[in-house]
Design a protein around this ligand. Sequence first.
Ligand SMILES: Cc1ncc(COP(=O)(O)O)c(C=O)c1O
Length: 482
Amino acid sequence: MRSIISTESWQSTVLTAWIRSVFERNGIASTPRPALPTMPACDHRPQRYAGPSRGEVLVLRQRYAHPALFTFYREPLLIVEGHRQYLFDETGRRYLDLFAGIATVACGHSHPTVVARIREQAGMLQHTSTIYLHPNLPQLAQRLAAKMPPGLEVTYFVNSGSEATDLAVTMARLFTGSPDVIALRNGYHGGSPTAMALTGLSTWKFPTQQGAGIHHAVCPDPYRSPFTGTPEAIATQSAKDIQELIRHATTGRIAAFIAEPVQGVGGVTHGAPNYLAEAYAVVREHGGLCIADEVQTGFERTGAHFWGFQNYGVLPDIVTMAKGIGNGMPLAAVTTRREIADALLGRLHFNTFGGNPLSTAAGLAVLDVIEGDQLQDNARVVGARLKSGLQGLMRRHTLIGDVRGLGLMLGVELVRDRATKEPATAETLEVLEHLREIGVLAGKGGLAGNVLRIKPPLCITADDADFAVEALDYALARTGTP
Ligand SMILES: Cc1ncc(COP(=O)(O)O)c(C=O)c1O
């Protein structure tokens, strides 16, 4: 018996050594299955939940809510409370939130300053519309102008990113007198008709009439680019693709080019640092305005800068923003130069809720909090730590094809084969389920739904980041096994 065991253990030692050498030759460290990680401590005690049960909410939603609303996870979560970077379900279970209401809750859930300022304003005056003066609107516009490069100084407030996209494109068309707009493949700009037309992802486009005059240039992200060479060379070829598109698909003059500095819904994809400058130069040669869609990248998410475009040293003509600006309140905006804004004076333009006292109170509080809590530094430092931890996991898990992003806007692309880059769509869903089981909520994106999107509240700590990496290690190790 003993000799059999020792023969088996000898065989298994040889086998393990051989597997390890194969792994090492392929740059993958073979280490034992990671242990169950522990979430960092938190002293917040959630309130006792006394509302309808999860099952009742699900039934109500299935019966009365529009069926197009979708949920994550095989068993949808009921979330009833939030505290900074954590969410709580109806049982009081805590989750580390790596998705922040889709890159929205920048300051953290129920941040006391934001909550106090919303309460104070709601108790005083909630809504009148812009037909009367109220200090919050111009004060927030002034604070935004101070965050912008000189010249970008007038702001129109709306309620959603889609509205901001529509308004930006309308102003560009009116200002230039041209209907043609260039957007990027793999980009996302919203769900309203114009924003949907600008979106470059078939999964988000309905078979309704797509806007005329909209053309999609090649996405500059090197991971799945049709071009080859260094990321910088791919960026240059991608910028030239805009030129080709303008020369062949338009009159040669265009209204605008719209791009996210880092594509969010598309799976945290972005070009090399030279891309936006080269793209903007081409666009301007053809009379177009450059629109930076900062709906996800604005408000310090990318860490090194307040706005995403600042990572590339470019100066847009129009900036759209939403999500982080309100920390969850319905607030969005378009900031531009005065002469471009003046293009909208030919007719009446009105938005009932845009810039109302309540949402702008939230916007003012958000600016105070992200400055006071030094969230940009945190996004840069903790984001870099998280990214390097995720990159480290590539050595252990062949399922990870790419890790990318800036600050606290990170993407982990999962592929079945690093050579063919076949999207690991089902595996991504499984990883999300395993993460949820251990208390971590992440997002997903990309055309094939195979990119884990990590965009936590900007107040996430270094310990949370380490836990997130350990949790993903654990989840990946369980993926594909019974
Ligand atoms: C980059 C970008 N632009 C625009 C939008 C549209 O914003 P909303 O959903 O507020 O209409 C989104 C939404 O995810 C976005 O990510």
